[in-house]
Unconditional design. Sequence first.
Length: 106
Amino acid sequence: MSGKLYLARNKSVAARLLGDEMMLMSGKDSTLFSLNPVASIIWNAADGATPLDEIVASRICPEFDIEAEEALRDAETFARELAGHGILQVSDEPIARPASTQQEPK
């Protein structure tokens, strides 16, 4: 991996937790995605400010039995795949969010 990656959720994506599965629907083409627990952690942490390597180190590695290097490689592949569908924005620098979307309801 060449440098830090930052992820931000696309605001036109509908996301709902159904049981223990996170379901996403693209506003672009109505494609439905079902995320496993690791992918859900990445999705929920994609705030545009936290680098992917930090998400992996602080949230994924402690919870799952996986080496940091392998987890980061898999997380980057996943993030780029979702970015290809317009679900996530991926950047090599922090992604600024408009003031009205910085604090999302919990």
